[in-house]
Design a protein around this ligand. Sequence first.
Ligand code: DP6
Length: 323
Amino acid sequence: GAAAATARAHPNIALVKYWGKRDEELMLPAAGSLSLTLDAFATTTELRLDPDAAEDRFELNGEPQSGERLSRVSRFLDLVRERAGSPLRAVVRSRNEAPTGAGLASSASGFAALATAASAVYGLPQDPASLSRLARRGSGSAARSIVPGVAVWHAGDGDDSSFAEAVDAPELAMVIVTVDERQKAVSSREAMRLSARTSPFYAGWVTSTEESLAEMLQACRERDFTRIGRITESHALRMHAVIQSSEPPVRYLSPTSIAVFDAVVALRERGVEAYSTADAGPNVAVLVRPGDAPAVAEALAGFGRVRAVGAGPGAALLPADAA
Ligand code: DP6
């Protein structure tokens, strides 16, 4: 590879959620999941080898990082170096287009971009399945941000078979409702560990997720938007139920988040097909047909900042001079 490369990737929102790992070291999920990669809030990451350095450096939005943020990047690069047989350290500079704290400045776009840039520079395989497997090691959901549009991440039966790939689906859009800009109190990594260890519902969550995924894949094949939406909303509520049932309990949804879920139900009663989901935070993503996005965004504007987004591209290298 060259001494430097720049890659760009977008966050994704899961319609069938990933919540729990069966192998923490290899980052293998307890069940498969399915998501929509967005066409907004991209992360652009430049990785440059630094032959003289003894440590990696990581800069995010112009700010040098230390502590856990830096060590997560550095541990990821250790894995890359081990595979590449290279001792070289790197300077990683990332820019995130998501407003900070919107819950969209995600580790998914971050590790998808980093895996893509690092594979180019360190000379690792650059086919999408390999990139997805590698991105997974940084953050599980990053495996899906390698892929454009709708992606299924296979639980697999080991490292080799646990990667994401594209799924044929109808055109989908989302209205992102940012109800709270603050950072979440408990990271998804911590909270999913807690759910797996303490929730009495966890085993049922894992088996029902596999069923939801099979149904979702069928609904995508049949281009059945209504069914896709129904599965999305009930699956999200199930995930939050499991999260709330852990000990100590964790609750990500705020009263305003619940109000958005209710407003979306009311929209459906008026004939607008919209369905809610939410990740490990209070912000709500509302799944719609692209043509309904402007009206739904307008209807939900009273709950927070709204932004209509569509299906986005997979992770990609940028031309050498674009950094
Ligand atoms: C609620 O991928 O951030 O967004 O693998 O530990 O890095 P790690 O967790 P992460 O968890 C995402 C959780 C979720 C659901 C989803 O995206 O499927």
